[in-house]
Ligand binder design. Sequence first.
Ligand code: FE2
Ligand code: FE2
Length: 391
Amino acid sequence: MKRELKNKLSRRELIGAASAATVGAAMMPASVLAAQEERQSYQVGKDPGKHEPIPNFKFDIEATTGWVGEAGSAKEATIAEFPASQNIAGVSMRLKPGGIRELHWHAIAAEWALVLKGTVRTTVISPNSQAATDVFEPGDIWYFPKGHGHALQNISNEEAHFVLGFDDGHFSEFGTFSITDWMARTPAHLVARNLNLEPATVSNLPKKELYIMPGKIPANALEANLADDLETSQSPHKFRLYKMPAVTFPGGWQRIVTAKEFPINNTLTSVMQYLEPGALRELHWHPNSDEWQYYIGGKARVTVFGAHGRAKTEEFGPGQIGFIQQGFGHYVEQVGSEPTQFFALFNSPVFEEISISKWLAGNPASLIADNFLITKDEVARLPRKTLGIIK
Ligand SMILES: [Fe+2]
Ligand SMILES: [Fe+2]
């Protein structure tokens, strides 16, 4: 098949295609042109339809309506809304003052969140019966391992806004278990027996899942649990992302939280990134994970390189999410006069990145000179270390 296709193209067509793909091809040595011709004919020989275009990697989550109730709202980006992101899903949730995201668990995913506005109180129970109640302010992140029962409440006087991340793109439709849903689907006499309630009380319980409901702002954020003798969780669920030291570069900074800094967070890494106007987050890739981005402020242009001659660029602004598949090359250009801030979730507890600057620096000059067709003087100009965020 490969040979047949190759034979259908004349030598002139092949050289023409190779030349058109290279500016200044006429200046190229014959050996380079031959190498290009070889590569071109090989790629043509392979079924060109084999490589689908790079999938859409942008989703305007805040432009969707999502679920809206009296006490809050939730906009989802699961594989149903954003098919590119199979391994990470997100929800942008808002709770009115006092609003409660009811007691629930996720059967197939751990839950991560970054608070952007308001004050959120969480409760969580572990299989070892340790319980935790914590209060989160803007810049704080939480992590609840897969299956651990939890609840959220906005205990501030303003609307709370937080972005949730899940380490499975299917988390919602196949795996959110709410307490009201369960009780409504359990025979009343069994609920009465298990919860030691009068039948009349049980008959007044919600008849279906409430999801988010109004509540009162508690007088004491850390009020006692029903059982006052529970052991306190030995694995803190809270990490103050905005308070940790940043890794700074000439064009901005990053704050990176892996399982090393936040041990319970053992399936995800979070990175907050800040780009000064004009900055460039240099060409790089992540060998071990996908990258799921949420833009908080400012604008950026992201280009993804997907091999086989494929690259795709999208522009992002506040409230939009982006997704970069594991191993795909990419870079971020800051756009506009306002600094750009976004966070990224990676579906690995270990952060791995290879930057083009460091990669090239780890090669002999002669190899780079031949690979790029440049002189050794030109090679000498190349950076020697990771540039990160270029000014
Ligand atoms: Fe949850
Ligand atoms: Fe990246």
